[in-house]
Design a protein around this ligand. Structure first.
Ligand SMILES: Cc1cc2nc3c(=O)[nH]c(=O)nc-3n(C[C@H](O)[C@H](O)[C@H](O)COP(=O)(O)OP(=O)(O)OC[C@H]3O[C@@H](n4cnc5c(N)ncnc54)[C@H](O)[C@@H]3O)c2cc1C
Length: 482
């Protein structure tokens, strides 16, 4: 008899309805909030700040013991980008306030020139300080945080979510709320509420690759810069090829991709098995400390726990290869050390909810104006290939910006649910642009503001007058593109 693979067992398990009825657990009711937010990543955090500042009673649920999501739990950085390619700032509001607080603490150089020229700016930061700054902002807004808590189920009444069930050290608990925000990145509430969604790209369901980020410290940046200056052909050659040297000299922290020949040589020798055509790296707030966003795990389903577990181990193995490659071949890395592999494998894309409006790449590149914008962005469509080594990009015109309508944060099936962050209504291509952190935070602020107004006006999110929403957002520093 053939023994099924782990992933197959999961498949059988999730399809077999018998398993869902196996055991009844005792639950404890712990109270009622105006707004419950699932996920304390950047979007959930800024949603909580916005709703809390408007006086709503807010509970933020997070599975880890800290905030920041991908930026702290998946080792992602820098924030990229608050500006469009022409250098006009598009994201302000509480995300920009957060950056200013980081600058004041010496934990970010602020928005600096992007060395790759891919964007106009990047915003490096110290991940540990980010955890603290987000907590400060959230606690000042009067929000309750429940860490080490996973959302596991919901109860529904008609077209409303009545309560969520959560699990933590206190067992299984039930929390009621008037409104719920799904900021889980993976549409966990959407799935539990029975809202339809797709996974990955429409033609075959494949998602962008998973990546284990690795932070490497004690790098001699001066030596690295000197090597780059003498070997420009070994680094990004598609963008801003004209004055690369000047760009590098003007930027306080390095962000680049390349090491082309050395990387190919190591691959040919079998020293590196990473299915990617270059090394992508970003210096953090700390000089000489770099994030390598280079590992690539293909063919995994980010909603399948067995695939995720396998990807964690494969990702760490690739990170070791990357580190050993750098130490052996890359000037400046001779005395480097591994600071950390990310606590969680990086997920760029998973579920795409069928929201009241689903953004497409055409909406972005044609800069389609919507009647009810809640946020704007300028980051290009940036797709790490689900199949192979390459990364494909579609840039807007330099002065361009796209609009995110409030309808892409709402769903038709549930009246009291708001979406936030990378998992709003956006297809494979559009989500590859709006997923980056400045835009995810702007969407989060929009979602929290909408929830706050729904509470204060005692109405449903879809019934909040757009004029009131726009005024509130602008009062809180948000730019809506006009
Ligand atoms: C490898 C990689 C590289 C990237 N590079 C960049 C970059 O250079 N610059 C940039 O700006 N962006 C980058 N991004 C994109 C960006 O990091 C994310 O898209 C963005 O952070 C999404 O924010 P979010 O708040 O929507 O989700 P997340 O940051 O994923 O936050 C979701 C939160 O929900 C929590 N959660 C999930 N499920 C549950 C549950 N059931 N119960 C309780 N809590 C739950 C998670 O723990 C997490 O804290 C990258 C992403 C990846 C994966």
């Amino acid at each position: 008899m053939r023994v099924p693979e782990c992933a197959e067992v999961f498949d059988i398990f999730s399809k077999d309805k018998k398993f869902k009825q196996m055991k009844q657990f005792q639950t404890k009711y712990i109270g009622e909030y105006d707004v419950v937010i699932a996920g304390g990543g950047v979007s959930g955090s800024h949603a909580a700040i916005a709703a809390g500042r408007q006086g709503a009673k807010v509970l933020l649920i997070e599975q880890f013991g800290f905030l920041g999501g991908s930026l702290t739990a998946m080792g992602v950085g820098p924030m990229m980008s608050f500006h469009n390619r022409a250098g006009k700032q598009l994201v302000f509001g509480s995300p920009n306030e957060m950056v200013n607080r980081l600058i004041q603490k010496g934990a970010s150089p602020g928005h600096i020139l992007d060395g790759t020229g891919y964007c106009s700016t990047v915003t490096p930061f110290d991940a540990e300080m980010l955890k603290i700054v987000l907590e400060d902002m959230i606690l000042e807004a009067g929000v309750d945080i429940l860490y080490h808590t996973r959302l596991i189920d919901i109860s529904k009444k008609g077209k409303n979510i009545n309560s969520v069930f959560i699990h933590n050290r206190g067992g299984i608990q039930e929390v009621k709320a008037k409104f719920f925000i799904d900021a889980s990145g993976d549409s966990e509430l959407v799935k539990l509420a029975g809202v339809p969604f797709s996974v990955g790209r429409s033609e075959d369901g494949k998602s962008q690759p998973l990546t284990m980020n690795v932070k490497i410290g004690n790098v001699n940046s001066r030596v690295l810069r000197e090597y780059m200056a003498k070997n420009w052909d070994q680094f990004d050659d598609k963008i801003r090829n004209d004055d690369k040297e000047k760009v590098l000299n003007r930027t306080a922290r390095i962000s680049l991709w390349g090491f082309y020949d050395l990387w190919e040589k190591a691959k040919a020798k079998g020293e590196v098995t990473v299915p990617r055509d270059n090394v992508l790296f970003f210096e953090t707030n700390t000089e000489g400390e770099f994030i390598f966003n280079t590992s690539r795990i293909l063919g995994m389903d980010p909603t399948n726990p067995f695939d995720l577990s396998k990807a964690e181990t494969m990702g760490r193995k690739q990170c070791l290869e990357i580190y050993q490659f750098l130490k052996k071949y890359a000037p400046g890395f001779e005395n480097s050390t591994i600071v950390s592999t990310a606590p969680h494998i990086g997920i760029r894309e998973s579920r795409h909810p069928f929201a009241s409006y689903v953004l497409s790449s055409e909406d972005l590149v044609t800069e389609r104006k919507f009647d009810h914008p809640i946020a704007v962005g300028g980051y290009p469509i940036d797709i790490h290939s689900p199949d192979g080594q390459t990364t494909e990009s579609v840039h807007l015109r330099a002065e361009g910006l796209y609009y995110i309508p409030v309808e892409s944060l709402l769903v038709n099936e549930i009246d009291n649910l708001i979406l936030a962050g990378r998992a709003i209504g956006a297809d494979h291509h559009a989500s590859a642009a709006i997923r980056v952190t400045p835009i995810a935070m702007a969407i989060g602020q929009g979602a929290g503001t909408l929830a706050g107004l729904a509470v204060s006006n005692n109405t449903l999110p879809m019934k909040v007058e757009y004029a009131k929403l726009a005024i509130q957002l602008k009062e809180n520093g948000v730019y809506l593109g006009e």
